[in-house]
Design a protein. Structure first.
Lengths: 325, 323
């Protein structure tokens, strides 16, 4: 199954099951979605429920909040996380705060889907990852779908939740063919152990999952160790119990993320680990992240700005050797 | 105008005025803190609009105490909210600027200027596809008419023919900035007139506000799209309690005070024989009693327990997983 098909199936099934589910965003209807996620839905559900909006992100999210207040379950699509900055006031000051500042009277069942990350030479205004902004906001739930299984079940769960959910996708994943694993008792807030190992835990999410998995054979063979890979799935809340169990076993942790290192989401994960699991660790945690620069257009520079399988392997091998692996 | 309606207008405007004066006094005594934006002078807009728009959804700015009262919210619960008490309409977590009551379809108190307009647009969209006859009412000030959210909202509401009344209270000042300094004209209906029908009215006259909103309501209920009302009005006080309003001349303030919505309604109602002078005395006494009860209720209400800090961040099903 293609990643984008998993998302499409999730939306389709939720729309079929519940008339109050609507989607809105730029080009989601007649055009079929910039990444074809909403393909076919306009023909199936019509213009009332598959809503083509103007290029006005503030209104896409603001309108969606109003729809949620009126009893609909809107799914707002923002073309990239970079554009979601235009909607930050609506997301943070309104969606995330209404429940609290109304003393629990307001309920905002809203899903905001947005892809982010470095695709291919889209330059600085189309390539960033801003999970660090959304995960810092009380009142928001932040999910990050790296694979078809989570894309399908996670998005369905997001639509069903009564709180505002930021549902992060990655532009390079949409056309990828992936294995789909049917789930029972799916928990959207649970991290996935992608691969078991006993000497090192690598925490990752979104597209970096694949870069990490590509780097693993080199790391394992060179250091003669086995590596455990944890895909977070849910960034807020963070599944500390899965992280804890893994680190108690491996005693070492690295995080691999695509966003900038300074103030990036990995900084929060490592801070939590340092606070809660300091005495479990046999080595200082390692952060592998994007460079602290806007994403450049030139392909060589672009790849130099983010982790790649080769760089991940090199950094972990070097760090492993310095820390007794 | 029917005499019972005039009586209601008077009672609610007087209640609103006295509520605000009491809130001002309680603020100075230290029982209310934070930002307190008083509606004194603008009661005709709040009461006239809410009496006309008696169904449907209401999205407001943060000068909304009198709107909430006119919508039917208990002054006790509003005063307790201003005091930050757990008995307040938002459990003491919203304060003066955030008075929400979904049971009254009142989504009041958005403190981001123009931030509630896109939300009102979305709600109007939902009401349209749900086949609800009563549409949506959004009230905002002259300052909001300069924001991007405003322009996006009139554009979308008009493009989709949404049942939405844009009600602009033009009191000429965004805190201390005169609208004419930052807008090409001071008659703000000009900003919307290519998008929808517009009407500029005397916002110091409650009957005129009532009539205009009634007319707008009929228009949107007939599925014709949005409607824009600009009401000229004036706040006698500063922008909030931390603003003395000294950027305006005494002369200007006096001109508007001579158009006082409460005094003038009373004069007209007596002159036209619509309401007996005795009614006003009774109404004034009733108002005093309601305000007194509201203050006592607020004073005697408990503070929120400390665990309230962590409540209502997420819904119940998420609270279990999110610390």
């Amino acid at each position: 199954m293609l990643y984008r098909e998993a998302l499409n199936n999730a939306i389709d099934e939720m729309m079929a099951a519940d008339e109050s589910v609507v989607i809105l965003g730029e080009d989601v209807g007649r055009y079929g979605g910039s990444y074809r996620v909403s393909e076919g839905l306009f023909a199936k559900y019509g213009a009332k429920r598959v809503i083509d909006t103007p290029i006005a992100e503030l209104s896409i999210v603001g309108n969606a909040i109003g729809m949620a207040i009126a009893g609909l379950r809107p799914i707002a699509e923002i073309m990239t996380v970079n554009f979601s900055l235009l909607a930050l006031d609506q997301i943070i000051n309104h969606a995330a705060k209404f429940r609290y500042m109304s003393g629990g009277k307001m309920t905002i069942p809203l899903t905001i889907r947005m892809p982010g990350g470095v695709s291919k030479q889209l330059a600085a205004q189309h390539s960033e990852s801003y999970e660090t902004i959304y995960t810092a906001i009380p009142g928001l739930i932040v999910l990050a779908a790296s694979n078809a299984t989570y894309a399908y079940y996670g998005l369905k769960a997001a639509i069903a939740l009564n709180d505002p959910v930021i549902f992060l996708e990655h532009e390079l994943l949409y056309p990828m063919k992936m294995e789909f694993k049917p789930q029972e008792n799916f928990d959207p807030f649970k991290a996935e152990i992608v691969k078991e190992g006993k000497d090192l835990t690598i925490i990752t999410y979104l597209k970096m999952r694949y870069d990490v998995l590509q780097a693993i054979p080199t790391i394992e063979q060179t250091l003669n160790i086995t590596v455990e890979v944890v895909d977070l799935n849910s960034l807020r809340p963070l599944d500390m119990s899965t992280i804890t169990q893994s680190i108690q076993k491996t005693k070492r942790v690295a995080i691999v993320e695509e966003d900038h290192k300074t103030g990036g989401y990995g900084a929060e994960v490592i801070a939590r680990i340092s606070e809660e699991l300091f005495y479990e660790l046999d080595a200082p945690p390692l952060r592998i992240a994007g460079q602290d620069v806007p994403i450049p257009y030139n392909r060589t520079l672009e790849l130099a700005s983010i982790p790649t399988p080769k760089k991940i392997a090199q950094k972990i091998i070097q760090w492993g050797r310095e820390n007794g692996l | 105008m029917h005499s019972a309606r005039v009586e209601k207008f008077y009672y609610l405007m007087k209640l609103g005025r006295e509520f605000e004066l009491a809130a001002k006094e309680q603020y100075m005594q230290g029982n209310i803190a934070g930002f307190l934006h008083l509606d004194i002078g603008q009661e005709a807009c709040s009461v006239g609009s809410m009496q006309a728009f008696d169904k449907g959804d209401v999205f407001t700015h943060y000068r909304e105490h009198v709107l909430a009262i006119a919508r039917g919210m208990d002054p006790k619960l509003i005063m307790a909210e201003l005091f930050g008490k757990v008995t307040g309409v938002s459990k003491g977590k919203g304060g003066s600027m955030h008075l929400f009551e979904p049971n009254l379809n009142f989504y009041g108190g958005d403190a981001i200027v123009a931030g509630h307009l896109p939300i009102a647009v979305g709600c109007a969209y939902a009401r349209k596809i749900q086949g609800e006859k009563a549409g949506v009412f959004a009230i905002f000030g002259d300052g909001a008419s300069n924001a991007g959210a405003f322009f996006e909202s009139i554009n979308i509401a008009a493009a989709w023919k949404l049942p939405l009344i844009f009600f602009c209270e033009n009191n000429y000042y965004a805190i201390g900035t005169r609208i004419g300094w930052v807008s090409p004209f001071e008659e703000l209906y000009n900003k919307a007139r290519n998008f929808m029908p517009t009407k500029r009215i005397d916002g110091m006259d409650v009957c005129e506000v009532y009539k205009a909103v009634t007319q707008a309501k009929e228009y949107i209920e007939n599925g014709l799209g949005p409607y824009f009302i600009e009401a000229e009005t004036y706040r006698y006080e500063g922008h909030s309690m931390s603003d003395n309003g000294k950027y305006r001349s005494e002369e200007e303030i006096e001109i508007f005070k001579s158009r006082d919505p409460i005094i003038n309604l009373k004069k007209r109602a007596i002159a036209e024989g619509l309401v007996t002078p005795e009614y006003f005395d009774e109404a004034d006494q009733k108002v005093q009693k309601v305000i007194q009860e509201a203050i006592e209720f607020a004073l005697n209400s408990p503070e929120p327990p400390i665990n309230e800090l962590y409540e209502d961040v997420y819904c119940k099903e998420c609270t279990n997983v999110i610390p």
